[in-house]
Design a protein around this ligand. Structure first.
Ligand SMILES: Nc1ncnc2c1ncn2[C@@H]1O[C@H](COP(=O)(O)OP(=O)(O)O)[C@@H](O)[C@H]1O
Ligand SMILES: [Mg+2]
Length: 243
């Protein structure tokens, strides 16, 4: 594993049992993501994208294979260790936003900080700053129902970034948005992640949404079928014969 690799999966498989019948959702996937990279996982519905993302994020456990994140074997962690690992290192953006309906934008964004024990003054300040960064300074006191889908997804991006995690995972973050708003959200996500030197792993069924990614991983029927390197500097860099 190279030293700038932040996520490394080997032989990753997930087999669900449905009425005693094994359903192979993911088969023998190897994947490396570098620090600061935007990696996009692309495939049609049912190809295993969410399964892969949830295993990388430590939400699902693999049937087989290993996952190393920030030098730690997350596949060997207990549920308690995983909860702590996710809280300290990972932000998650969901297709359906998953905001708390009774809370304001600011309270939603501050929530992960309160789980980390940050005091009230500090967490309100950081939540406000983060909402400003995603263009929602005027919506701090709005509840999810009082915001558009695009605005709700901005809140959820602010919530994912507010603890300053090293890695952001996003599962079809534009799936519930119209294409114009979706485009804005991808740009915001990719800009914020790059500005702060974060690593982003995003899942989408829409190849058009992968255009800002450095690495594009194609999966079909649970298998990785192609990896595209989309990084401009890499493409222009000359091969070093001594390497
Ligand atoms: N909890 C589950 N139990 C049984 N089968 C599942 C479960 N989750 C996903 N699957 C199956 O695994 C396959 C991949 O699903 P998923 O990862 O959600 O695909 P995608 O996100 O690409 O649409 C599908 O055939 C799906 O039906
Ligand atoms: Mg999915």
């Amino acid at each position: 594993m190279q030293s700038d690799t932040i996520i490394s999966a080997r032989g990753l498989s997930k087999i669900y049992l449905v009425a005693d019948t094994p359903v192979p959702a993911l088969v023998d996937v190897d994947l490396d993501v570098k620090r600061g990279e935007f990696c996009c996982i692309v495939g049609t519905s049912g190809s295993g994208k969410s399964t892969l993302l949830y295993m990388l994020a430590g939400i699902e456990t693999p049937t087989r294979g290993s996952i190393t994140i920030l030098g730690k074997r997350t596949d060997r962690m207990s549920e308690g260790q995983l909860v702590k690992f996710r809280r300290d290192n990972v932000g998650f953006v969901f297709q359906a936003f998953n905001l708390m309906p009774a809370m304001t934008a600011q309270q939603n964004v501050a929530l992960p900080l309160s789980l980390k024990g940050v005091d009230r003054f500090e967490r309100n300040l950081r939540a406000k700053r983060m909402l400003k960064a995603v263009g929602l300074e005027k919506h701090i006191r709005h509840r999810p129902m009082q915001m558009s889908g695009g605005q709700q997804q901005r809140v959820s991006i602010a919530r994912a970034l507010v603890t300053s995690p090293d890695i952001i995972f996003a599962d079809e973050p534009t799936g519930n948005l119209d294409s114009h708003t979706g485009e804005e959200i991808i740009r915001l996500l990719s800009d914020e992640v790059r500005r702060h030197g974060k690593t982003l792993v995003m899942v989408t069924h829409d190849i058009e949404k992968a255009k800002y990614a450095d690495q594009i991983v194609h999966i079909r029927d649970g298998r990785m079928i192609k990896i595209e390197n989309n990084r401009q500097e890499e493409a222009n860099k000359h091969e070093n014969p001594g390497d």
